[in-house]
Design a protein around this ligand. Structure first.
Ligand code: MG
Length: 231
């Protein structure tokens, strides 16, 4: 496996913990909206998830266009409070921009930046994300040759879109690429199906639950040197 010329990285839950960030972004955005238009009935988690499901059923592109999905949800909640279409459009856009800003308010895992710095000196790096984090906005774009989102390839990992696009952009064969990510299916099954080498970022020390054999794993970014050994 000493043939690796490109390492692709997942972002959310691989370079930072995204759960608390999204919850905080959601809550502060709701507050921001309510300060503008007054109280809104946001419903509980179950109704939120059902609404998402219904919207995706109506428009399957929302599965991979999560920005549009979130805007649709804001639009539905804001619709009864806006006095006309233009106001609704503006409120929806403003709310989304506010959310997106807060969604980038992340804290990198310990050692992650050092690992990126060091690894970028050894080979090319790329991003394969199902989310909508912007590496430029996060100030880490200098480490990466490219960043591929679900919106770019109109599909989500583990489908092959991200992986195939990485090969096109880098002009490499699958066996020359290593993918690192936290998700057993999206990242590890996806990368394996694509013929990439796979390294599992398993900082939560989860049990491996897939049918394929467990990939090599790292438990934190202080151990990124172990990545060097597979290059
Ligand atoms: Mg992830």
């Amino acid at each position: 496996m000493n043939n690796i010329k490109l390492i692709t990285f997942d972002l959310d839950d691989t370079l930072w913990d995204i759960g608390p960030v999204i919850i905080k972004a959601e809550l502060t955005t709701r507050k921001y909206i309510e300060e503008k238009v007054g109280a809104i009935d946001w419903g509980d988690m179950e109704s939120f998830l059902n609404l998402r499901k219904d919207l995706v059923k109506e428009d399957p592109s929302l599965e991979w266009d999560i920005g549009k999905l979130r805007k649709e949800i804001f639009r539905i909640k804001l619709a009864p409070l806006a006095s006309n279409q233009a106001e609704l459009d503006k409120l929806t856009e403003d709310s989304y921009e506010y959310f997106l800003d807060k969604r980038h308010d992340i804290i990198f895992y310990d050692g992650a930046i050092t690992a990126l710095e060091e690894l970028a000196n050894l080979c090319d790096l790329g991003v394969l994300t199902n989310g909508n984090a912007d590496i430029k906005k996060l100030g880490i774009d200098q480490y990466f040759k490219f960043s591929i989102s679900s919106l770019d390839v109109k599909s989500n990992k583990p489908e092959l879109g991200h992986f195939e696009q990485a090969l096109r952009l880098s002009n490499l064969d699958p066996n020359e690429v290593l993918h690192i990510g936290d998700h057993q299916v999206a990242d590890m099954i996806g990368a394996t199906d694509a013929g990439f080498s796979a390294l599992w970022f398993n900082n939560k020390q989860s049990n491996w639950e897939q049918d394929i054999s467990k990939p090599n794993e790292i438990l934190d970014w202080h151990n990124y040197q172990t990545i060097k050994e597979v290059l």
